[in-house]
Unconditional design. Structure first.
Lengths: 77, 183
């Protein structure tokens, strides 16, 4: 619930076919052919997955460390 | 100040997502890590405002995204053409063929307008719902759908993805030509 969205990461891009009452003006925008949309989605997610797999710099992890200690200290009160 | 270990863990879990989003959005790892760092620190400072039961990741995305726009506005005041400079820096030729697709994608993303880029990244790469993306970007569902649609169309043009085309080896040649044109 809090963080991961694996089911959504896997989703195939949709093609915007459903009309929206409040957004009728967008209905005539161009829509990509499904083959192109699928290829694009695949490449975009591959790009993103590569970035996600990079190791997180320690400096970012350290931001949350003192907090952990404080949390434990407060628990002792 | 006590912190719920679950909240801390949720923040930790969000970091790779925040980084991937920030790198794709800003096109620069150093700027991205600065953005993530600021977002985490602001998140900690404002943790009392986080609503339990909602998505920590979405909350931090909102903070990071707002910080990104604040910095864009500041840079616009300081530098005459920040967008052009950024696009130029991004369109560097990759050193290896295997990395071409990723660099190619990053260069193409950099050429989208920033509103379209963030919408596409959230929905198409990060996989958040349109509704969540609209909340994160502070806009309407229709606007987000329109931005994602336009971003996809433009990105397909930039990457020269065409349905009848053979997406084979000569893609490398065309991608290289594109990168040359973008410099």
């Amino acid at each position: 619930m809090l963080t991961t969205l694996p089911h959504l990461v896997e989703q195939v891009p949709d093609t915007f076919q459903e009309p929206q009452a409040a957004t009728g003006k967008f209905l005539h925008e161009p829509t990509l052919p499904p083959q192109v949309a699928a290829c694009l989605g695949e490449r975009l997610r591959a790009h993103y997955a590569q970035l996600m797999s990079d190791p997180v710099p320690d400096a970012l992890l350290r931001i949350l460390e003192p907090l952990d200690q404080k949390g434990r200290l407060s628990h002792g009160h | 100040m006590a912190i719920d270990p679950a909240l801390r863990q949720a923040m930790l879990d969000a970091i790779p997502h925040l980084r991937a989003f920030a790198i794709s959005l800003s096109g620069d790892v150093t700027s991205a890590d600065d953005l993530v760092q600021t977002a985490l620190m602001r998140g900690l400072e404002n943790l009392a405002k986080f609503q339990p039961g909602t998505s920590m990741q979405a909350w931090l995305f909102t903070i990071l995204r707002n910080q990104f726009y604040t910095e864009i506005r500041r840079r616009r005041r300081e530098v005459p053409d920040p967008e052009g400079v950024m696009a130029g820096n991004l369109a560097v030729l990759p050193e290896q063929g295997a990395r071409l697709d990723l660099n190619d994608m990053q260069a193409a993303l950099a050429r989208l307008c920033v509103e379209q880029r963030e919408a596409l990244l959230l929905v198409g790469a990060e996989g958040v719902s349109y509704e969540e993306a609209a909340r994160i970007c502070g806009t309407t569902l229709g606007t987000i759908k329109s931005r994602v649609n336009r971003a996809r169309t433009r990105l397909a043009e930039l990457l020269e993805l065409e349905p009848e085309e053979d997406l084979g080896p000569d893609r490398l040649v065309r991608a290289t030509l594109f990168l040359h044109a973008a410099v």
